[in-house]
Design a protein around this ligand. Structure first.
Ligand code: NDP
Length: 481
């Protein structure tokens, strides 16, 4: 069957790629081709950058009143809500995530645009009591043309996390979506124009990271790059941005812990730990894939945990009854499955074996795996697997739990379960991660900063902090003389 062709979104219009190339987007649940998408080459990226620059310098958005910008973003949020069912369906079909999660993701993206709609006219500077006679004040001004490079695991939401604050601050933006999942970002381009964004302010250029992404990041016409993806790609982006001193913020990988102390309700905690590690099939930078449990609770926790993970239904992600769908691609599924083999060969105890579970034979499904008795030097403990695989380790003291939690090159997030408030405060302070939660797995809030320590990135998204990444500080002094 001929597939519908999806065009890039440049200068407020659907735009065919200059070289006429298209790439296939697969549907993870079936393995079939879902869509053909414009592959933007270097020339297309250059056009997108030049129209973004033109719109920025013309001031059609950047110098519009902040209140008017906010109202446009509110209309965009409303357009997303109007189309939430369709957006969620495309999100499910391109990522393979359960439809309920996709709908939640789309509505949270609308919330995100509403938050930044309200924030647009609250981007303040300061007045500073300098020693010279006069008035010294700072302004926060937009950076200019911003390149946003987005991953495939929460494609619509993470696009909103970046586009929302970038537009609220008055920038013109170019989004490079992930090649597995470009469809909902392309729909956002259309919705933005319908909501009243001036042409050239929001552009979407699909294509391979190595070509389209690099062309965007390395171009001297881009003033700032915000990236979410793997740590190795983040390092490459820093290199590409260096010659032009392009501003860069990075949200990278994670290997986050859930720390379970004695005395908590192990059944409840195991249920939450299962949600946090296996939602989105474990393809979540914040997935708590390393579980650390105090000795006395260890075996009971493992038993509850296995039960709750077994109870998670796997199947067609368009069926609202299912809690887990397939992984995003065949190659990613195979990579994750290799970690299961590795864990076994490294000597961890496979207490939930994915090979024993019946799963759909079409598509890129992989059943969940749990390793107990995992040791700190095993690759399954050290490396980000980004799939439905967890390790459970044992500790004997609070100090050991903190040491184990910090024994990683990453530092994105983590959860602590304890009945002792003092312990919660101590451990939350000592774990070297950007986002911690106590007695819950919820640690991402639109209103609060999100980002990583160490190799999990630099800069913060969400909350008012995100606006700092999309503005420059300008200092002005007016002499009294
Ligand atoms: P990748 O780093 O492979 O890709 C992310 C994006 O970068 C894609 O759009 C990709 O394009 C593009 N890209 C790839 N190579 C380059 C390059 N050389 N130059 C410019 N752009 C490039 O990550 P994944 O898509 O695999 O996403 C999963 C990763 O993202 C995990 O490590 C996860 O932890 C991390 N992540 C971090 C989050 C955080 O907030 N800290 C949140 C969500 C995910 P293409 O698709 O064409 O390859």
């Amino acid at each position: 069957m001929a597939q519908e062709k999806w065009l890039a979104w440049i200068d407020g219009h659907p735009t065919a790629p200059r070289e006429g190339r298209y790439f296939d987007v697969e549907e993870p649940a079936t393995g079939g081709v879902l869509a053909q998408v414009a592959q933007c080459g270097i020339d297309d990226v250059k056009v997108a950058i030049s129209v973004a620059r033109r719109s920025f310098e013309a001031g059609v958005w950047s110098t519009m009143s902040a209140t008017a910008r906010g109202k446009t973003l509110l209309r965009l949020a409303q357009r997303i809500r109007d189309e939430a069912d369709e957006l969620a369906r495309w999100e499910t079909r391109q990522v393979g995530k359960p439809i309920r999660d996709a709908k939640d993701e789309v509505l949270t993206a609308a919330d995100c645009f509403e938050y930044y709609a309200g924030a647009a006219n609250k981007i303040y500077g300061h007045t500073i009591p300098v020693s010279a006679a006069g008035l010294d004040y700072t302004l926060r001004v937009p950076v200019g043309v911003v390149g946003l490079v987005v991953p495939w695991n929460f494609p619509f939401l993470i696009t909103a996390w970046k586009v929302g604050p970038a537009l609220a601050a008055g920038n013109s933006v170019i989004v490079k979506p992930a090649s597995y999942t470009p469809l909902t970002a392309l729909l956002l381009g259309r919705l933005g124009t319908e909501a009243g964004l001036p042409d050239g302010v929001l552009n979407i250029v699909p294509g391979p990271g190595r070509e389209t992404g690099e062309a965007l990041v390395a171009d001297p016409g881009v003033d700032k790059v915000a990236f979410t993806g793997e740590t190795t790609t983040g390092a490459r982006i820093l290199q590409l941005a260096a010659p032009n001193i392009t501003r860069v913020s990075l949200e990278l990988g994670g290997k986050s812990p859930t720390i379970v102390f004695d005395g908590v309700d192990l059944d409840r905690v195991a249920y939450l730990a299962a949600q946090s590690a296996y939602a989105n099939s474990g393809q979540d930078c914040c997935a708590r894939s390393r579980i650390l449990v105090e000795r006395e609770s260890y075996q009971a926790f493992v038993d509850h945990f296995v039960k709750h993970v077994q109870n998670m239904t796997i199947g067609d992600p368009l069926d609202p009854e299912n809690a887990m769908g397939p992984l995003v691609s065949a190659s990613h599924r195979n990579r994750v499955a290799q970690y299961v083999e590795k864990g076994v060969s490294e000597g961890a105890e496979l207490v939930l074996d994915p090979r024993n579970r019946e799963i759909p034979s079409d598509g890129f499904y992989l059943a969940p795996a749990i390793f107990a008795q995992a040791k700190p030097d095993m690759s399954i403990v050290r490396e980000e697997i980004f799939g439905p695989v967890t390790t459970v380790q044992m500790f004997d003291s609070e100090a050991e739990a903190v040491r184990m939690a910090n024994d990683t090159t990453y530092g994105l997030s983590g959860s602590i379960f304890t009945r002792d408030v003092g312990q919660a405060l101590r451990v939350a302070n000592q774990v070297r991660a950007g986002v911690m939660s106590v007695n819950t797995i919820k640690s991402v809030h639109l209103e609060a900063p999100f980002g990583g320590f160490k190799q999990s990135g630099m800069g913060r998204e969400l909350g008012m902090e995100a606006l700092e990444m999309y503005t420059e500080v300008k200092n002005v002094f007016i002499s009294m003389d």
